[in-house]
Design a protein around this ligand. Structure first.
Ligand SMILES: NC(=O)c1ccc[n+]([C@@H]2O[C@H](COP(=O)([O-])OP(=O)(O)OC[C@H]3O[C@@H](n4cnc5c(N)ncnc54)[C@H](O)[C@@H]3O)[C@@H](O)[C@H]2O)c1
Length: 246
């Protein structure tokens, strides 16, 4: 199949909804074979909608065994692993730092940061064997600016940024590129569940004056996943309508 990802095999996490689902659709359209990973069950609907060249996979990305299994699935079904898009995450507990629970902190760090470590940890040996690959991690503009009542989310996303750089520098000479996307306010399942007043504050402070569509982030993920970004590694790219430039 022709396309910007022709011949490539990708695993996308958090692909039952929002940015991950939009990326799965776009990656398939551009010729990739895609393992669509989620914990929610919605990966089944996304795979049905796309049709050929993809398969749904149930995994909890905070668990090492699940992450190993989802990557192994790509290799056993599609023969290789070229792209890992570590995208799943949760908002988790929202609370002031002085009131935040230890359990809430552990959950957010496990789903949002440990998962990215696990993905990198288990994808790299597979990519080394085949001579290269591209890892894309979804961080957030919350890794560079603070958001109220989200100490764990902000901390986890900042960890994603530095894990991206650490892995990128270690494997740059082995043709494995690692980059991060830092979205601003995007219309997805995550923001649909948030308090409208809090969202209004964010998007009114966004110079572009709107939230983005998930497909706009998927376009950036496609570029970073593809060979078009062949000299880009360790980069953390904001896609925030100008929010953090003010
Ligand atoms: N929407 C925004 O405004 C925004 C802003 C900045 C960053 N982000 C980031 O974008 C990424 C995608 O989020 P989204 O906005 O599309 O949200 P979303 O809620 O629509 O999608 C997230 C998906 O991750 C899945 N998921 C949650 N925990 C999981 C687990 N343990 N194992 C496997 N899957 C799990 C959910 O089921 C869901 O389908 C996330 O990393 C998020 O932090 C989003």
């Amino acid at each position: 199949m022709a396309g910007r990802l022709a011949g490539k095999v990708a695993v996308i996490t958090g692909a039952g909804s929002g940015i991950g689902a939009a990326s799965a659709e776009l990656f398939c359209r551009e010729g990739a074979k895609v393992v669509i990973v989620d914990i929610s069950g919605k990966q089944e609907d996304v795979a049905k909608r796309i049709g050929a060249n993809c398969l749904p996979f149930h995994a909890d990305v905070s668990k090492g065994k699940d992450v190993q299994a989802m990557l192994a699935k790509a290799v056993s079904e599609f023969g290789r692993l070229d792209i890992l898009y570590n995208n799943a995450s949760i908002i988790g507990e929202m609370n002031l730092a002085g009131e935040y629970s230890e359990e809430g902190y552990d959950q957010v760090m496990a789903v949002n940061a440990r998962s990215v470590f696990l993905g990198i940890r288990y994808a790299i040996p597979l990519m080394l064997k085949q001579g290269g690959g591209s890892i894309v991690n979804t961080a957030s503009m919350a890794s560079v600016v603070a958001f109220h009542a989200q100490i764990a989310y902000c901390g986890a996303k900042a960890a994603v940024v530095m894990m991206t750089k650490a892995a990128a520098t270690e494997y740059a000479g082995k043709k494995i590129r690692v980059n991060a996307i830092l979205p601003g306010p995007i219309k997805t399942g995550m923001t649909a569940g948030m308090d409208q007043a809090a969202l209004d504050v964010v998007y009114k402070a966004t110079p572009m004056g709107r939230m983005a569509e998930a497909s706009e982030v998927a376009n950036l993920a496609l570029f970073l996943a593809s060979d078009e970004s062949s000299f880009i590694t360790g980069s953390t790219i904001l896609i925030d309508g100008g929010y953090t430039s003010l």
